[in-house]
Design a protein around this ligand. Structure first.
Ligand SMILES: Cc1cc2nc3c(=O)[nH]c(=O)nc-3n(C[C@H](O)[C@H](O)[C@H](O)COP(=O)(O)OP(=O)(O)OC[C@H]3O[C@@H](n4cnc5c(N)ncnc54)[C@H](O)[C@@H]3O)c2cc1C
Length: 463
């Protein structure tokens, strides 16, 4: 489009995550037409997914319909659809429903997904945590394990040890481990009559020499101490070679596992590949300082999908950079649009710069580690770090109702150990386990399989 032609520009944003929503908000007040596409109807606040997975919060408290987020902006059209292809030369996006959308600017922000390092067959045995569906599946498995143990205890007077194995000791693995330990020791302590949920074992298997590899050594050490205080066992340099129903292998060593969870690998959304531009080894699109892939100044790639480097170091795939990239893309497009309307185009050549405010990870109900870089520098751990974590995460939740609801729910569960969203929904099967007799497939059955005559009144009886 030649400079000076004030025709309304069409902007297509793919992905309603942190980057996409921030880009849409940044563009909403301009005289442009925006189409925001997501395959889901909701934006998910992923940093709190583990709270849903471990039954402290309900899905609706950490997700919000995209339509309601952008409701007041008449120039934003929301489409629930999946992008499946691009024609960059003709500036078109192809959607799964067959529609072809034309654009003047494209913002691509479809995030990342789990990587099982080529062993996609492990996904069913060791779910990862990325979406609301993943979180409710993890919740189902964890709660079902306690139900099975209770039933076996009731009928046979014993049950195989409850063991939760988390593969990956990054922030997600650490948060999951702390939260499982908490629900076992605190929240469910008085829910069962026959088992002691606190006897459950939680084990983190980390392939590298340290958990929380991106954190400074002193915070890693504090995190390990806080996890030990919660009864979590950590094994580092532990390379998982196989996952089977009911157990995990590290070389020749077999580790029994009631529930196995995956927090070990991430790869970029497969959509990046369809652009036909250079990618890094995780499938992220390599972009320049303006977030454009080579040869396409009209395309912006933001968030987890983008490979952006500053001073030779890759910007991490976390929420802050994603939000800042979305905001940057909106600002740059608005400057380019303003130039078309006759302004001087001041700031058009300003590159993206990541403003790093720090990192934090929670460890259970009242501990965390925080490496804060803004508004002050400091390394915190324990309860003070957890309070900072709490306020930051509630503050960044989108939607006022959500913030209030989450805060109320947290305060209530925190003080009373009551309620929470401890619902088992969906299937009543657990890979490798038999609801009545314990572990299948040659795993140790610690009691003889009893004949079951009376099943009425038991909560979970298999499918
Ligand atoms: C369990 C977990 C905990 C985390 N904790 C933290 C934390 O504590 N702090 C932190 O800073 N970061 C955390 N992160 C990372 C952070 O959530 C991500 O970096 C951030 O969400 C990336 O934002 P994004 O906009 O790039 O992608 P996302 O937020 O993942 O959004 C991508 C969107 O694109 C949509 N989409 C994907 N493919 C298509 C398609 N083909 N067509 C249409 N739509 C599509 C998806 O439905 C999704 O809505 C966590 C992530 C996870 C999974």
């Amino acid at each position: 489009m030649p400079a000076g032609n004030p025709i309304r520009k069409r902007i297509v944003i793919i992905g309603g995550g942190f980057a996409g929503i921030n880009a849409a908000m940044g563009l909403a007040k301009l005289p442009v037409d925006i189409t925001l596409i997501d395959r889901k109807n909701h934006h998910t606040f992923q940093p709190l997914l583990y709270q849903v997975a471990l039954a402290v919060l309900s899905p609706a408290e950490i997700a919000q319909p995209i339509r309601s987020i952008v409701r007041k902006y008449q120039n934003i059209e929301v489409l629930m659809d999946q992008a499946v292809g691009f024609d960059l030369d003709r500036r078109r996006v192809e959607l799964e429903t067959g529609a072809l959308l034309e654009y003047d600017f494209l913002i691509l922000a479809t995030g990342s997904t789990h990587s099982y390092f080529g062993r996609d067959d492990w996904a069913k045995l060791a779910p990862g945590l990325k979406s609301i569906e993943d979180a409710t599946e993890i919740r189902r498995r964890v709660l079902l394990a306690f139900e099975f143990a209770e039933r076996q205890m009731q009928e046979a007077g014993t049950h195989p040890p409850l063991k939760f194995v988390i593969i990956g000791g990054g922030p997600t693995g650490v948060e999951l481990a702390g939260a499982i330990s908490d629900i076992a020791r605190l929240y469910m302590a008085s829910d069962f009559r026959h088992i002691n949920p606190a006897d459950a074992e939680v084990l983190i298997l980390e392939g590298s020499p340290n958990i929380l590899a991106a954190y400074p050594p002193d915070l890693r050490q504090k995190a390990a101490q806080q996890l030990a205080g919660l009864g979590v066992t950590i094994r580092t340099n532990a390379h998982v070679s196989d996952i089977q129903p009911g157990y995990v292998m590290i070389g020749d060593e077999r580790i029994d596992s009631t529930v196995t969870l995956w927090a070990a690998g991430v790869q970029a959304s497969p959509l990046g590949k369809l652009l036909g531009v250079p990618l890094d080894r995780r499938g992220c699109v390599i972009v320049d300082q303006f977030l454009n892939p080579p040869g396409h100044p009209e395309v912006y790639v933001c968030g987890d999908l983008a490979h952006v480097e500053e001073n030779g170091i890759q910007i991490p795939g976390v929420a802050q950079p994603a939000m800042q990239m979305g905001t940057y893309a909106a600002k740059r497009i608005s400057r380019l649009v303003a130039r078309d309307f006759g302004s001087e185009g001041t700031g058009v050549n300003q590159p993206f710069h990541y403003f790093d405010k720090g990192d934090m990870a929670t460890i259970g109900r009242k501990a965390a580690v925080a490496n804060i870089k803004w508004p002050f520098h400091g390394r915190w751990s324990g309860f003070p770090a957890w309070i900072v974590w709490l306020f930051i995460h509630v503050f960044f939740l989108i939607g006022f109702r959500s913030r209030l609801a989450v805060f109320r729910q947290w305060a209530w569960t925190y003080l009373t150990f009551q309620d929470g969203a401890r619902l088992i929904t969906g299937s009543q099967e657990l890979p490798g386990w038999d609801a009545r007799y314990g572990m299948q497939d040659g795993s140790p059955i610690v009691h003889p399989a009893p004949p079951i005559e009376q099943t009425a009144g038991t909560a979970v009886t298999g499918t």
